[in-house]
Design a protein around this ligand. Sequence first.
Ligand code: HEC
Length: 144
Amino acid sequence: MNVRVVSALVLALLVAACGPLGDNDEDEVARDIELGEELYFQHCETCHGGETGGHIEDVPPPHNEHGHTWHHGDCQNLEMVMDGTSEVHEQMLIDQGIPEEDAVMPAFEGTLSEDEAMAILNFIKTWWTEEQREHQERITDDLC
Ligand code: HEC
């Protein structure tokens, strides 16, 4: 895994824990990403695709560097995963010519905990370029 991602996540954990950084924290980050990977392929891949391919205008969009997940803050992405798309949003996509079965993002509330959803979002970050990760971190700091 990219060392910068690990460092950023370790730092986040460190701040959250307000304690000294030990080997256990790094293990915890690695386990979090591993869990995120497992859950991603279980719940998200069928609609959103994998690490490569896709286009920013695809619906549903890819979560890799070609998509726009990195344009949104953590709290916005988390909300989308837990609550899914609104009916208004779905209708807007259908009106744009998107087939109904591609226009719905299911709500994962009740299926995934917020920690599990964040683990998935942290796994997705390993697909982004360093610039994208830094950009998304700034948006998260501003909005969340
Ligand atoms: C049944 C298909 C489907 C599944 C399964 C699905 N999604 Fe989505 N997702 C969508 C659709 C449709 C949208 C709305 C796309 C749009 O507005 O252009 C969306 C939007 C999103 C967005 C906001 C758009 C973006 O990338 O910035 C995020 C984040 C997201 N999904 C994450 C997930 C995650 C994480 C999972 C697995 C836990 C998941 N989705 C599972 C269909 C799906």
